[in-house]
Write a protein that binds this ligand. Structure first.
Ligand code: HEM
Ligand code: NAG
Ligand code: NAG
Ligand code: NAG
Ligand code: NAG
Length: 587
């Protein structure tokens, strides 16, 4: 973290600390509670702007009457989680009534409204500014960065220097023994997570950690179509709206970079004829990502055929654009009803229906936040080796393996990934050595949790309250390393929090992640009243494709023989009772 070595530092050497503290930027100690905004006034003073926080007073500490009532009546997230993951018979009934819609609407409103919209801060602007609003190359930040002139990197808490990231990663994050996710999450889920999120998490190497190359800030399928028009044009066939492809052994795959000359990241030893050209430049990394790209590419061209049949007069451009909107809709449907449904463990059947939000106050816009990017580093999902049709592959054999996709074909990979269990993400010491460096690199954008909460979210990041997975011993060690448990960094805190009972990670990951996720999904323009109608999707047929999409259909409509496909391993689903080790077993 860059801090100026001005007179302040010199002073520090010669005068006692209290004097320095008097001179300090008072906002460094985060005096404003309940998301009040701290503004420096005069040489030493500060003011808290408590507008619409529900509190008043110098430090926004006095609750207004309704806040008092609200806090009194509102149960915590653990309560709701418990209800939603227990009482199967009850949900069986709810599912079939209008109450399902009511609850889904409530979930969407309560969660998505926690996200500031329009966006507020970014890594260079800790106050509202036009530049932060208008320059979409930045990721936004829900919490402002720590001011540059604070005594410690975390404000006033902790030591002058944060602990060594390599040491932290090895001590707290490095996997000792593989722990299967108790909910039966599989690699099909893990690669979906990675594939899906890398359309909007594309941190810019050139501009720096606070910047993104994915200017769409959401579900735009830039990972299939490229993040700019030039790249999109290279990937398109310009016939019937379709994407370029190649046929190998009678099966459709993405083209090579010789056919679609786009920049891809591959080791230099791999010849151009073997490099697949995809929307996302890094997807050559894993056969799992190439597999999903293949499925979506086939789906795009399949949808183009259907549209062309209904609209023989349409131009290539209109077919392409309409197919893209249909695929965006399919993606959101699958993410909510298959992916989030699995992740949540809820017995309530989640529902993708934009109409639930019509007539409520909701902004159809989205900006990807640094906090969301950091919390989504789910490398704990990755196993110790990859099992494809009973054969075991090491990381060395699997990474950048350009032949595996076509050697096995999509069906075999889907089946194998669906049957292999993924690792638990939370609880500490969950990351395989081969991907540990990513977690070491993360603190390069070290993000303090500052003992305050994300706006509107529960103050769960007051890490002294968080039940760390290793309990006292680990907490003591962290406290010693950081000098103060409140100086613990955001990402480390999230990964070390004790997982929910039989959960894949802790409560904070859910409470912070869900709002970003739902805002990003429902904030898409296709969900707005202006767009959400049959004509947007080329008519009733296209609209129906969106409304009935599922992971299973994505796979089975695009392969010859339908394999086992799900986001959880088989024995977790088959017996009809809760998923293996699922939430209700604790009753
Ligand atoms: C073997 C599998 C994987 C490898 C080798 C891998 C490797 C990497 C690398 C090298 C980076 C860039 C780190 C940096 O720039 O500091 C990265 C970023 C990231 N990874 Fe992974 N990863 C894997 C699996 C996953 C999975 C399953 C997820 C699940 C969601 C995931 C989520 C992310 C995210 C969110 C980022 C940040 C992307 C960005 O901001 O550009 N990764 N990963
Ligand atoms: C507000 O917070 C500051 C700094 O934490 C503290 O010194 C002061 O006493 C507080 N004022 C009130 C009225 O609570
Ligand atoms: C309803 O709830 C049960 C949980 O008891 C769940 O397994 C089922 O799939 C849900 N969905 C529908 C549409 O019935
Ligand atoms: C956004 O901000 C960065 C950093 O100041 C700058 O380099 C870039 O040109 C800005 N982008 C636009 C579109 O103004
Ligand atoms: C890539 O995977 C194939 C199996 O599809 C395997 O035979 C080959 O050895 C792997 N390549 C490398 C470089 O490990």
């Amino acid at each position: 973290m860059a801090r100026s070595c001005g007179p302040g530092l010199l002073l520090l050497l010669v005068v006692p600390p209290e004097v320095v503290a008097d001179d300090m930027n008072p906002c460094c100690s985060y005096p404003c509670q309940h998301q009040g905004v701290c503004v420096r006034v005069g040489p030493r003073g500060y003011e808290c702007d408590c507008t619409r926080t529900g509190y008043f007073g110098t430090n926004c500490t006095s609750p207004e009457l309704w806040t008092r009532l609200h806090d009194l009546l509102k149960p915590g997230p653990a309560f709701f989680h418990f209800i939603l993951t227990h009482f199967r018979w009850f949900w069986d009934i709810i599912n079939r009534t209008f109450i399902r819609d009511t609850l889904m609407r409530l979930i969407l409103i309560v969660r998505a409204n926690l996200i500031p919209s329009p966006p507020t801060f970014n890594s260079d602007y800790g106050y509202i500014s036009w530049e932060a609003y208008a320059n979409v190359s930045y990721y936004t930040r829900v919490l402002p960065p720590v001011p540059d002139d604070c005594p410690t990197p975390m404000g006033t808490k902790g030591k002058q220097q944060l602990p060594d990231p390599q040491l932290l990663a090895e001590r707290f994050l490095l996997r000792q023994k593989f722990q299967a996710d108790p909910r039966g999450t599989n690699l099909m889920f893990a690669f979906f997570a990675q594939h899906f999120t890398h359309q909007f998490f594309k941190t810019s190497g050139k501009m720096g950690r606070g910047f993104t190359k994915a200017l769409g800030h959401g579900v735009d399928l830039g990972h299939l179509y490229g993040d700019n028009l030039q790249r999109q044009h290279q990937l398109r066939l310009f016939r019937d709206g379709k994407l370029k492809f190649q046929v190998v052994d009678g099966e459709v795959y993405p083209p090579t970079v010789t056919d679609a000359p786009v920049h891809m990241v591959y080791p230099s030893a791999i010849p151009k004829e073997q490099q697949l050209a995809m929307g996302q430049e890094v997807f050559g990394l894993l056969p799992g990502l190439c597999m999903y790209t293949t499925l979506w590419l086939r789906e795009h061209n399949r949808v183009c055929d259907i549209l062309k049949r209904e609209h023989p007069t349409w131009s290539d451009e209109q077919l392409f654009q309409t197919a893209r909107l249909i695929l965006i809709g399919e993606t959101i449907k699958i993410v909510i009803e298959d992916y989030v449904q699995h992740l949540s463990g809820y017995f309530l059947s989640l529902k993708f229906d934009p109409e639930l939000l019509f007539g409520t106050q909701f902004q159809y816009r989205n900006r990807i936040a640094v906090e969301f990017n950091q919390l989504y580093h789910w490398h704990g999902l990755m196993p110790d080796s990859f099992i494809i049709q009973e054969k075991e592959y090491s990381y060395e054999q699997f990474l950048y393996n350009t032949s595996m996709l076509m050697d096995y074909g999509v069906e075999a990979l889907v089946e194998s990934f669906s049957k292999q269990v993924a690792g638990r993400i939370g609880g500490g010491q969950t990351i395989n050595a081969n991907v540990l460096q990513v977690a070491v690199g993360l603190p390069r954008s070290r993000y303090p949790q500052q003992g305050q909460s994300l706006p509107g979210m529960i103050p769960l990041l007051k890490l002294s309250d968080v039940h760390l997975a290793g309990e006292e011993e680990k907490a003591a060690e962290l406290e010693e390393l950081y000098g103060d448990i409140d100086a613990l960094e955001f990402y480390l805190g999230l990964l070390l929090e004790k997982p929910q009972p039989n959960g894949i990670f802790g409560e904070s990951m859910v409470e912070i992640g869900a709002p970003f996720s739902l805002k990003g999904l429902l904030g898409n323009p296709i969900c707005s009243p202006e767009y959400w109608k049959p004509s947007t999707f080329g008519g009733a047929t296209g609209f129906e494709i969106v409304k009935t999409a599922s992971l299973e259909k994505l796979v089975c409509l695009n392969v010859k023989k339908c394999p086992y496909v799900a986001f959880h391993v088989p024995d977790a689903a088959e017996n009809g009772s809760p998923r293996r080790g699922g939430p209700s077993t604790e009753l």
